[in-house]
Design a binder for this molecule. Structure first.
Ligand code: PMP
Length: 433
C-alpha cells in the first residue's frame, strides 16, 4: 500500500510542494509527537504541520472538543453567523491577546489559511489609511496568495519597500544589539521622512516576530520596539504576522510579548485552529473602516476548527505550555550549541522557545571578504534524509534552504527532547560522512 500510494500521488500531484517530496511517508496514524506510516514505521514529528500542532497530533482535548460539536447536532457550516462555538472561541482568543489590544479589538474571520488572513490584514490597512504602500522585510514569508507573496521576501512589487530584517549571524556589525537597532530605526526613519527617498507613507509595516520559513530568525527585542515606536509616531499600522509564532511556540503566548510590543493588527492561523484550518485577523477597532460586505468568504470560521482551536488555546493557557516551550527550547538550543562546537558545518544555532533553527554552512568555501560561510543546502537536505532514516521528521528553510528547522509540539517531554537531539546528532554525523 505504502509504495503504491506514494507512486500514484507523485504522478498526480504537482512537484510544487517540496517537503511532500522529500518525506516519502504515508501517515496512517498519529498521536502526540509520533506519526506512524503505512509501512509500520514510526517517526518523531518535529515539523508539526509547519508549527500548527501546538499540542501534537490528535491530542485528547482537541479530539473531545471536535466530537462534542459533532455529537451536539450543531450545524457544521454556518457561513459567518454567530454561534455558541464561535462565541467560545472568540472569548478564549481575546483572553490571550496582548493588552491594550485585547480591550479594544475587532476580529475578522478569514479563511481558511494563514495567507487569507494576511490578505485581509493588507486590505484592512489599505482601506483604513487610504494608502497602498507597505514596509516589509527581507526573508519574510507571509503566504502564497498575491498580496501575501508581494509582502514576502524576494518579491518585487512596486508598492513594497523592502527593509533588511536584522540577522546577527549575517551582519558584520551585530545589528541585533542596541546600537544596531538604533541604526536600523534611524535609517528607516530617514526613508520615511525624507521626501527625496521616494518612499511615500505606507499603509502598514508587516513583520514576523520570528521569521520562520526565512530560516528561524528572531527579531531582536530592542529592534522590534524601535519599529513599533517609529511606526506609531507616524500613524503607520504595525501588522504582526503571528501565524507561526503564535500560541506559545516561542515561549510567550504571542511572539511579540518578548519585546512587550503591542501591534495594531495581528494575523493568526496555524495553531489557533488546533490542527484544523482557521485564520483570523485581530486589530484595533479604530482601524475597522470596512462597511458591511467589504470582506466576505464562504468558509470563514469553521465550527470544528473553532472548537479545536478554543480547546487548544485553553489547554496552552491553563497548563502554561508557553513557559514550558521557553525553558525546554532554551535547553535544546544549549545542547545544539554544544553540537555546533564540535561540527564546523553548523554555522549558527538560533531560535526562541520551540522554534529552533540550525544553519548549515560550508566553512571551507568561505570567500575572503565574507562575514560567514555560504549556506550548505545539499548538506541540509542530506541531514533531513538521515533524520528520516532515524525516524525523525524535520523541515528545511532559510536562504537557499540551508537551515534545518525544529518545530516540535509544546507538549514535548524531556525524554522526547533528548531522543530528538540524539537522532539529530546521529543524522548530522552520518550526513557529514
Ligand atoms: N505567515 C507565516 C509567518 C507563515 O509561517 C505562514 C505559513 N508557513 C503563512 C503566513 C501562510 O500560512 P498558510 O500556509 O496557512 O497560508
Amino acid at each position: 500500500a505504502h509504495e503504491g500510494i506514494l507512486r500514484r500521488q507523485s504522478l498526480r500531484e504537482s512537484a510544487a510542494r517540496t517537503y511532500a517530496r522529500s518525506l516519502p511517508i504515508v501517515p496512517v496514524r498519529a498521536r502526540g509527537l509520533t506519526i506512524e506510516g503505512a509501512d509500520g514505521r514510526r517517526y518523531l514529528d518535529c515539523l508539526s504541520g509547519a508549527g500548527t500542532l501546538a499540542l501534537g497530533h490528535n491530542h485528547p482535548v482537541v479530539l473531545e472538543a471536535i466530537k462534542k460539536v459533532l455529537d451536539s447536532g450543531a450545524p457544521l457550516h454556518v457561513l459567518d453567523l454567530a454561534t455558541p462555538v464561535k462565541d467560545a472561541f472568540t472569548t478564549e482568543l481575546f483572553a490571550t491577546l496582548p493588552r491594550p489590544l485585547a480591550e479594544d479589538a475587532r476580529i475578522q474571520f478569514c479563511g481558511p489559511a494563514g495567507t487569507d488572513a494576511v490578505e485581509a490584514a493588507l486590505k484592512l490597512v489599505r482601506t483604513a489609511t487610504g494608502r497602498s504602500g507597505l514596509l516589509a522585510f527581507t526573508g519574510a514569508y507571509h503566504g502564497m496568495t498575491a498580496g501575501a507573496l508581494e509582502a514576502s521576501g524576494g518579491a518585487t512589487d512596486v508598492r513594497v519597500t523592502r527593509l533588511p530584517f536584522p540577522h546577527d549571524y549575517r551582519c558584520p556589525f551585530g545589528i541585533g544589539g542596541e546600537r544596531g537597532a538604533e541604526l536600523a530605526a534611524r535609517w528607516t526613519e530617514s526613508l520615511l521622512d525624507d521626501s527625496k527617498s521616494g518612499v511615500p507613507t505606507p499603509a502598514a509595516m508587516i513583520l514576523e516576530p520570528v521569521q520562520g520559513e526565512g530560516g528561524v530568525i528572531p527579531a531582536p527585542d530592542e529592534w522590534l520596539r524601535r519599529m513599533r515606536a517609529l511606526t506609531a509616531a507616524r500613524s503607520i499600522p504595525l501588522i504582526a504576522d503571528e501565524v507561526q509564532t503564535g500560541v506559545g511556540r516561542t515561549g510567550t503566548f504571542w511572539g511579540v510579548e518578548h519585546s512587550q510590543v503591542v501591534p495594531d493588527v495581528m494575523v493568526l492561523s496555524k495553531a489557533i485552529g488546533g490542527s484544523l484550518p482557521l485564520a483570523v485577523v485581530v486589530y484595533r477597532s479604530d482601524l475597522d473602516a470596512w462597511p458591511p460586505g467589504a470582506h466576505a468568504g464562504t468558509f470563514r470560521g469553521n465550527q470544528l476548527a473553532m472548537a479545536a482551536g478554543a480547546a487548544t488555546l485553553a489547554h496552552v493557557r491553563e497548563n502554561a505550555l508557553a513557559e514550558r516551550a521557553g525553558t525546554l527550547g532554551a535547553r535544546m538550543l544549549a545542547s545544539l550549541q554544544g553540537l555546533a562546537a564540535a561540527h564546523p558545518c553548523i554555522g549558527d544555532v538560533r531560535g526562541r522557545g520551540l522554534m529552533i533553527g540550525v544553519e548549515l554552512v560550508e566553512p571551507d568555501s568561505m570567500a575572503p571578504d565574507a562575514v560567514v560561510p555560504p549556506p550548505a543546502p545539499r548538506l541540509a537536505a542530506a541531514v533531513q534524509q538521515e533524520c528520516l532514516h532515524r525516524g525523525l521528521i524535520v523541515e528545511l528553510g532559510g536562504r537557499r534552504a540551508g537551515v534545518v528547522r525544529l518545530l516540535p509540539p509544546l507538549t514535548l517531554t524531556d525524554e522526547q527532547a533528548v531522543a530528538v537531539l540524539d537522532r539529530f546528532a546521529d543524522a548530522l554525523a552520518a550526513a557529514e560522512r
